[in-house]
Design a protein around this ligand. Sequence first.
Ligand SMILES: Cc1cc2nc3c(=O)[nH]c(=O)nc-3n(C[C@H](O)[C@H](O)[C@H](O)COP(=O)(O)O)c2cc1C
Ligand code: SF4
Length: 451
Amino acid sequence: MAFTEPVLTKRIPLDASQRKLIGYDDYVATGGYKSLKQALEMPPADIIKTVTDSGLRGRGGAGFSAGQKWSFIPKEKKGPHYLCVNADESEPGTFKDRYLIDHDPHLLLEGIAIACLATQCDIAYIFIRGEYHYSAKVLEHALKEAYAHGIFGGDGVLGSGKKVECYVHRGAGAYICGEETGLLEALEGKRGWPRNKPPFPAIAGAFARPTVINNVETLMCVPHILERGPAWFKTMGTPSSPGPKLFGMSGHVNNPGVYEDELGITLDYAINKLAGGMKGGAYKASVCGGISMGILGTNQLDIKLDFDDVRFRGGCLGLGTAGMIVMNEHTDMVKALRNCVRFYAHESCGQCTPCREGSNWMRKILDRILDGDGKAADLQMLMELEKTMGIMPGTTICGLADGTAWATRTFINKFYDEFALRCPEAPTKTIPLKVSSGRLNVLTPMGSNTR
Ligand SMILES: Cc1cc2nc3c(=O)[nH]c(=O)nc-3n(C[C@H](O)[C@H](O)[C@H](O)COP(=O)(O)O)c2cc1C
Ligand code: SF4
């Protein structure tokens, strides 16, 4: 492991007062679009091999091999292929893609153009979260510059005859549109409801055509890999999780922000060296990669932030996007979990019963516990519910429900005493039965089930 210089943030100074938006001229003057020229000289299969050899794993959450994903796109073209760039970034604790786009948008555009050459995509759509107004404008301006300089449209990429069009598509602000097939539905102008798979997007994605879907940060690694080679990329990170990574640090730390380092740094290092240490009290817990991944506990500061250690030793779903929400000793874990579950209940698209009903049921139980009326059976019910929802138990279409489950599972497992204290054998207080809007709505069947 050796991280000696910034890679993805090489044009973005750590000192915020020095940061600026890198336009086309500055980008080219600092070596930009060199890798694209190189890619034009390579057969598509060689580009894919280079990316596969680098070991680059997707930075959007699942950590799937980028090169392998590209290789699934049919080599024989029978119609258009599409690239969808996932810039939806709506999970609490994640804000790294926005940081990259806001400062160095041409790095993304170069990554897009290379990915399109590798997978013979004709059109790229950058699907950006609705609330990212500024970032969308930055991208639209950068795209104008890129079109004017022959990167997209016209006579093909830099006059090569290999034509690629690129558009910014603004979402309407739903978390579920970050799930790749929900994104495809939304892009096609429909409600953002995830699709059952198979068929996978590589075979039938956008407009039922072969489609690659990649995260912003994943694509931004690609120009660097082409320029400096897979062996260089592997000098950073761990053998199974190579390369640089952005860590979004928020919560009770002195210097919240986005920091670049290599995969495999410890949680302790991320908090104390990158984010300036704890604020307001000693360390208690940290969301490890956006709240869907679950929570790392008090005794887990030595966990390596890579795709495997967080999962196998850390007991979480995975590293996710490495968006850490750090919590100090004064954090109420029951309240924190209720906030997470409230988010999932609100964002569930409603197609699958275990997700739609289960998450709302969980939210009501947690509300009741926080109202001082928790009992031991509530805790058992929460743990039973979390086991029934998600792709892993095979009851839902998409992974949003797994996020609900893993947050609940890891919060309760790792902070069991705190939950148990609020859930004694007999309820400490009985809330009078009343009709109220919102949290204590006892008139619904689910409400009466949970009281
Ligand atoms: C509920 C949900 C929300 C997601 N949101 C995002 C997102 O905002 N950005 C993203 O890149 N991936 C998100 N993903 C993961 C995508 O489905 C997909 O795996 C990813 O975009 C693939 O890109 P990558 O291989 O480059 O990581 C989400 C997944 C789920 C289940
Ligand atoms: S798991 Fe939840 S969000 Fe995903 S498709 Fe089913 S209901 Fe919708």
